[in-house]
Design a protein around this ligand. Structure first.
Ligand SMILES: Nc1nc2c(ncn2[C@@H]2O[C@H](COP(=O)(O)OP(=O)(O)OP(=O)(O)O)[C@@H](O)[C@H]2O)c(=O)[nH]1
Ligand SMILES: [Zn+2]
Length: 213
């Protein structure tokens, strides 16, 4: 099915984990991905692609790019802390992070900034703002993610996510989800509404209890 997908380059990159210590991860690029985007896999030591069937599947996070949150720490969403959580967790236990270039749930950075403007000016939520700009709620698919895992020899994973659509789509693409592990809920006053909408309209399994940080 994915015979045309192959690993292009594997290089070691020192990354700083949550404890402030450096870990050597491998960054991996691919040839022949379905959507032709420059997605990368970041493999943390301790992840083996030659695990016997009886061992637990490798930990994995399929993270959609969010330049505002991942790089600049924007408080409008929870992407930055979720990425940090995955890096911290994988740097101690091993794991594979797929960093997918799906900015703005697939609409791209400029359109996401337009959507933010619509949210601010018209009081629309994250999904309604997409529709006001003539996009559907979520343009993402995980075909390339499944291809990347297979190219790494990984056919089953324990997935860190609160998004059931990722689980459904990956399973439909032949990846076995041995366990779904909830990401922590990084709720603050600024992103509380965004998280509420994800849970109530986007189907994310997020527990919205207690005070905001
Ligand atoms: N279109 C749009 N995209 C957004 C907005 N806020 C964040 N994003 C994008 O949403 C993506 C992250 O998706 P989320 O719905 O937060 O989380 P998820 O990846 O579906 O689920 P988890 O695996 O649980 O993190 C990133 O690509 C962000 O750039 C917004 O207001 N509008
Ligand atoms: Zn974000």
């Amino acid at each position: 099915m994915d015979e045309k997908v192959s690993i292009r380059t594997r290089v070691e990159v020192p990354v700083r984990a949550g404890d402030g210590l450096w870990r050597t991860a491998e960054m991996i690029s691919f040839n022949g991905l379905a959507d032709n985007h420059e997605h990368i896999a970041v493999l943390f030591p301790g992840t083996s692609d030659e695990l016997p069937d009886t061992s637990p599947a490798p930990l994995a996070r399929i993270h959609s790019e969010c330049l505002t949150g991942d790089v600049f720490g924007s408080a409008r969403c929870d992407c930055g802390p979720q990425l940090g959580e995955a890096v911290e967790r994988f740097s101690t236990s091993g794991g594979v992070l797929l960093y997918l270039r799906q900015e703005g749930r697939g609409i791209g950075l400029y359109n996401k900034l337009d959507a933010y403007q619509v949210q601010d000016e018209a009081g629309l939520d994250t999904f309604a703002a997409n529709r006001a700009l003539s996009f559907s709620d979520d343009l993402r698919n995980y075909h390339s993610a499944a291809q990347m895992l297979r190219a790494l020899g990984i056919h089953r994973i324990r997935l860190l996510t609160n998004n059931p659509d990722k689980v459904r789509q990956l399973e439909a693409r032949g990846i076995e989800i041995e366990e779904t592990i909830a990401t922590r809920v990084f709720r603050t006053e600024r992103n509380a509404q965004y998280l509420r909408v994800k849970a109530e309209l986007g189907g994310h399994t997020i527990e919205l209890v207690g005070e905001t940080a």
